[in-house]
Design a protein around this ligand. Structure first.
Ligand code: SF4
Length: 316
């Protein structure tokens, strides 16, 4: 029986960003330089396939620094860490490498600058996400107020409404964040902030590609992890942009084929921590069942690259 025809729209850009690419390189180079085991505090990036691959090469993933021996190197994840973590590593005389994405570090520096200028910070972010914890942990307790929604803006009680600044998590929905920023500016007209927000180029570009792709698709799949903030945002953006069905899958085996019954087009994208090999696996699964025509939906071309820290570029 001939396979049914399917147009597979492939978002570009999709998948790995420069910060994730750098963080993985850091772990691999640390393993080459110091040999296994190398400890990594928190999942280096939110992707099980990547984490399992590094674990197989000798990386040991832990949640807290006190789970690491002091005589082995430790790496901090791309999401960033509270200031207390490197301070504790130094106190314990440990070798550590910080894989915090430079675009997250930029937000940390911004927060410190505002703090030095006497401003209290409002952070737009998701409670409990490692990046939010890391960014809030750059300043003393009570100096950063977290807001997640427009409704939260009405509830907060800053020390001095005239002395406020805002910062954001890098992986938020561009549209939701614009609404929260507008609510902050209405309630606190003197609030200081970045030109737009701190959402990074990779998050913005992936959301733009999904917006362009979603209205053409009967269904959309986002390759990514359930704990990946930017992958979850891609799902929301796709649904809002007009795609009737959107599903997050970690691998091809997660695809719910029954839900896709009768479709003639599908859109595929991937969060910033999903490797291309998993995207290809999903495409191959469609090729197996359908007569697939791939149509790329490209809204930006990326050529961002971040250097790894100097300690890894120097010989052992
Ligand atoms: S999603 Fe953005 S901020 Fe996060 S690691 Fe990638 S480039 Fe950096």
């Amino acid at each position: 029986m001939p396979k049914p025809e399917l147009t597979l729209y492939l978002a570009a850009p999709r998948g790995f960003c420069a910060g994730v690419d750098r963080a993985i390189k850091i772990v691999e180079m640390a393993l080459d330089k110091w040999g296994p085991p190398v400890y990594v505090r928190h999942e280096i990036v939110h992707n099980k396939f990547v984490v399992d691959g590094l674990r197989a090469k000798g990386a040991v993933f832990v949640e807290e620094l006190d789970e690491c021996p002091t005589d082995r190197p430790v790496i901090f994840s791309a999401h960033g860490v509270p200031k207390a973590v490197p301070a504790e590593a130094e106190r314990r005389d440990m070798v550590y490498v910080d894989a915090t994405c430079p675009l997250v570090s930029k937000v940390h520096i911004e927060a410190e600058r505002h703090h030095r200028n006497g401003l209290q910070m409002v952070m737009i972010g998701h409670e409990g996400h490692p990046e939010t914890l890391g960014t809030m942990g750059q300043l003393p307790e009570g100096e950063v107020i977290l807001v997640e929604t427009v409704e939260d803006v009405a509830r907060i009680a800053p020390r001095d409404p005239a002395k406020l600044a805002f910062i954001t998590q890098t992986t938020l929905s561009v549209d939701d964040t614009a609404d929260i920023v507008a609510a902050l500016q209405t309630r606190f007209p003197d609030i200081v902030g970045p030109h737009k927000e701190d959402i990074c180029y990779a998050t913005t570009n992936r959301q733009e590609a999904v917006k362009a792709m979603a209205p053409k698709c009967d269904a959309m799949l986002v390759v990514g992890a359930p704990n990946s903030s930017n992958s979850k945002r891609l799902l929301e953006v796709g649904s809002r942009a007009g795609c009737a069905y959107a599903q997050l899958v970690q691998r091809a085996t997660d695809i719910d084929w029954r839900a896709l019954d009768g479709i003639t087009s599908v859109g595929i994208t991937a969060g910033a921590s999903a490797p291309e090999v998993l995207i290809n696996e999903v495409i191959d699964a469609f090729r197996h069942r359908y007569d697939v025509t791939v149509d790329k939906v490209e809204t930006a071309v990326e050529n961002v690259e971040f250097k790894v820290p100097r300690v890894l570029r120097e010989p052992a």
